[in-house]
Design a protein around this ligand. Structure first.
Ligand code: DGT
Ligand code: MG
Length: 601
């Protein structure tokens, strides 16, 4: 797959023009609300028609009613004029509410769809797409579509209707005067075209620069401690000023175009009016045009250019919406590699917890020559039901990768992985993951309360079970010391707890879910000896009575293992019990010597 497709690439597509295929797909989102759309269009039709009612009433008043001296009818006409304006006001109100409502509904649906997709996407996708960029893209692209739906799609009809009505009224009243008005049209169209082009480039610059600022901000905020530690504030501030300045300039440029465009259109309107008064006045004197027609024309001309101006603005909106929707659809359409099999085999309950890796080869990606960059090479091992299996090896050996494959976060290129004798890619994903509990090296806690972090919203885990799990793990004492106890809100990522405490919470979480197979990626960070002892006890508690697979960094865990496999650069090089491996005198013996032998136990 080429990298441009792999990454959620954004900026290239921005210059895109109108694309009927994308538009059709976008309009699909309006389908559930089609009656509301129809109503909005109907309202616009009436509102557009009202645009010519006023001039028409003027015409009748001046040409028919006043010459005949019919004062009562004149009053009725005046009342009708006011009524048309008032009705226009209510229609505008109704239309604004309706279209904004529509826009918001569509956004709601889109956000739901995108989040659903994000949850199903392979983890591989997230390896390649930085969070900051993903966030900006999703929020700003959705926002662009919001504008399209709430002020674009439907309103375009309004502008077109208005133009149509005014054009027909003009031609009907007097085609020669109509032609005079149209004579400035080429200039207006040209201006609108130039405006659109300039603005498009300015918008592209704005978006590219905004993405850059956001990416920069995201990184600097996350890495604030490093920035401070190495006194990079001055340097980073300078860099920020630069990109901030770029962003400012792009905005200022777009403002210039706007500031010019509207007055220029006004100018053309004035020229058209002057022409009408000049030529129309002359024909009036010749007697070929009535006062009423001239007065109506002056009003119509004033209303004629506004929809053109609106349309050219909306064209820009349409263009950025095209680019945004393309990126959103790209995300929605992304193929997901790891899905439920079409004909899943059920696990036999209760799950025994037998795990087997058969000649598994796995690579995260390819190297420059296009060959797989193997992280695991022909790995085979087996954990019997109830056994404690330890995996040891240097950093980068591929230990965590083994776990990721077992959980089916990734798909191995070759070989099979079996749970209770069933290939895991034949099982339903939720069934597989339900029976395997995983405690990660880096604990992830959510910014919610402690109890929620243990239960993660699972309905079948009661308040009592949460407490029991915490007690058995030995997390209860410190949780109860928290001001809010189990209801204590944790900071973002559990920042208010220490590393050891966070680990205990994640242990309690795994225990509460009570899986048949437990997978533990032991943290490498050291904690004080008191917490260390607690974690050792908690580890034993967790592993009791189930098959467990532990990536062991702690000697006590290794010593407690029934079977140890040693991984070296993606290959399984030794296996056996602690005693056997020591006697063998290979890599394990060396690792043991390096890591543990000299540290007092
Ligand atoms: P540790 O946790 O430091 O003891 O190391 P292990 O044994 O858990 O290593 P592991 O499985 O995280 O990484 C094995 C190799 O795979 C290492 O060279 C880094 C690479 N690797 C790990 N995760 C990813 C990933 O998401 N994408 C890519 N492209 N490579 C990865
Ligand atoms: Mg690891």
């Amino acid at each position: 797959m080429p990298p441009a497709q792999d990454g959620f690439q954004e900026e290239e597509a921005l210059g895109k023009g109108y694309d009927a295929r994308l538009m059709r797909r976008l309009l699909q989102y309006l389908r559930p609300y089609k009656w509301y759309v129809a109503l909005a269009i109907l309202i616009l039709l009436v509102a557009s028609f009202l645009q010519v009612v006023g001039p028409w009433l003027t015409l009748i008043a001046l040409d028919d009613v006043i010459p005949n001296g019919n004062t009562s009818l004149l009053a009725a006409l005046a009342a009708a004029y006011i009524a048309s304006v008032v009705l226009g006001f209510f229609l505008l109100y109704a239309q604004t509410v309706l279209t904004t409502w529509l826009g918001q509904r569509v956004m709601y649906d889109l956000r739901t769809e995108i989040f659903g997709k994000l949850q199903r996407l392979d983890l591989r996708f997230y390896d390649k797409n930085p969070v900051g960029r993903l966030m900006t893209r999703i929020t700003s692209d959705v926002e662009t579509l919001n504008e399209l739906f709430s002020s674009g799609v439907v309103a375009v009809f309004g502008d077109l209707f208005t133009l149509g009505f005014i054009l027909s009224a003009m031609l009907y009243m007097d085609w020669r005067l109509a032609l005079i008005t149209f004579s400035v049209l080429p200039f207006v169209v040209l201006t609108a075209f130039l405006f659109r082009m300039k603005l498009r480039n300015a918008y592209r610059d704005i978006r590219v620069r905004l993405a850059r600022i956001n990416a920069y901000l995201h990184e600097r905020i996350t890495g604030m401690m490093v920035v401070k530690l190495f006194n990079r504030e001055e340097h980073d501030a300078r860099r920020h000023r630069e990109i901030n300045q770029d962003y400012l300039e792009a905005h200022l440029r777009s403002i210039t175009y706007y500031a010019l465009f509207f007055p220029v259109i006004e100018l053309f309107t004035a020229i058209a009016l002057a022409l009408i008064i000049w030529r129309g006045g002359a024909t009036l004197l010749e007697g070929t045009v009535t006062v009423g027609v001239l007065a109506a024309f002056i009003q119509l001309t004033q209303r004629f250019f506004r929809p053109i101006q609106d349309l050219s603005e909306k064209y820009n909106l349409l263009q950025s919406a095209m680019a945004s929707s393309e990126r959103i659809f790209m995300l929605i359409d992304r193929e997901i590699e790891i899905v439920d099999p079409p004909d899943p085999v059920p696990l036999e309950l209760p799950v025994r917890g037998e795990i087997e890796f058969q000649n598994v080869w796995f690579a995260y990606g390819k190297d420059e020559e296009g060959d797989w960059d193997w992280v695991l090479k022909d790995v085979s091992f087996r954990a019997e039901p109830g056994q404690r299996l330890a995996i040891v090896g240097h950093t980068g050996a591929g230990k965590t990768t083994i776990i990721s494959l077992l959980m089916r976060f990734y798909q191995p290129q070759r070989g099979r992985i079996l749970l209770d004798g069933k290939p895991i890619d034949r099982l339903r994903l939720d069934e597989l993951r339900e029976h395997i509990g995983l405690v990660l090296q880096d604990v992830f806690l959510f910014s919610q309360d402690v109890a929620h972090n243990i239960r993660l919203g699972a309905q079948n885990i009661t308040e009592d079970q949460v407490r029991q799990a915490a007690e058995r793990i030995g997390a209860a004492p410190f949780i109860e010391r928290l001001p809010g106890g189990y209801n204590q809100e944790l900071g973002e990522r559990g920042a208010t707890l220490s590393v050891g405490e966070r680990q205990l919470v994640s242990f309690a979480r795994a225990l509460a879910f009570d899986p048949q197979v437990l997978v533990l990626d032991e943290a490498t960070s050291s904690v004080d000896s008191e917490i260390e002892a607690q974690i050792e006890k908690a580890t034993n508690e967790l592993m009791a009575g189930r098959t467990s697979m532990v990536i062991a960094h702690r000697l006590s865990t290794i010593l407690g293992a029934d079977h140890i496999v040693v991984l070296h650069q993606g290959e399984l090089c030794e296996e056996g019990t602690h005693q056997e491996l020591l006697e063998h005198g290979g890599l394990y013996a060396r690792l043991h010597e390096l890591q543990f032998a000299r540290t007092p136990v």
